[in-house]
Design a protein around this ligand. Structure first.
Ligand code: 5GP
Length: 178
């Protein structure tokens, strides 16, 4: 059987410097006050959220939310289901949704609408990666790390069938010969 080896698409250095730049933008934009709640979308955003939140120079709290994914396959169904809601009260607070990757945009669009029903002061979005060509719905990403093509990526929180989440870089799985 051939082995599956991720090929580096975005290096650890590129990710770290982009995350720092995003953190500086976020810190500047929210410097005027109000309570900032960063809401990580499980599971894929856990590393991005950890790095991004630790580089902010402003006060913030952390929440998590979970939605149904595509299972272990790689084709979007377009249907999104809430698996775990936020635990804390976000009413009147500034919400920043932290997503790993935006593909069709259905997940982020659903989350924005759902979180707005909790009556926060504002809702903005951060995503490490976007597959620009795959967009099916119009959704604004206020803080974007990288645009990539339409290929399945792993690492830095992202998985393929639960593997490869803890790679420090973002890679593409290419089958090797043999
Ligand atoms: P969307 O609703 O935008 O189509 O999909 C967003 C979700 O699809 C992401 O949060 C992620 O769980 C999953 N996803 C889409 N593309 C990829 C990919 O290339 N790699 C991984 N690991 N997950 C992906």
């Amino acid at each position: 059987m051939s082995e599956l080896t991720p090929e580096v698409l975005i290096s650890e250095e590129q990710i770290q410097s982009r995350v720092l730049a995003l953190a500086e933008d976020i810190s500047a934009d929210y410097a005027d006050g109000g309570e900032l709640v960063m809401i990580g979308v499980l599971k894929g955003s856990f590393i991005f959220l950890a790095d991004l939140s630790r580089r902010l120079s402003i006060p913030r709290t952390i929440e998590f939310i979970a939605v149904s994914s595509y299972g272990n396959g790689s084709v979007s169904s377009g249907a999104v289901r809430l698996v775990m809601d936020v635990r804390g009260n976000i009413e009147g607070k500034h919400v920043l949704i932290v997503e790993d990757i935006v593909d069709t945009g259905h997940t982020l669009k659903y989350l924005i609408g759902m979180l707005k029903s909790h009556r926060p002061a504002s809702v903005r979005t951060a995503a490490l990666v976007r597959k620009a060509e795959s967009a099916e719905v119009d959704v604004t990403i206020d803080y974007l790390g990288f645009d990539i093509g339409d290929e399945w990526v792993v690492g830095y929180g992202l998985d393929f069938a639960e593997q490869n989440r803890t790679l420090p870089y973002i890679g593409v799985i290419k089958p090797t010969d043999g």
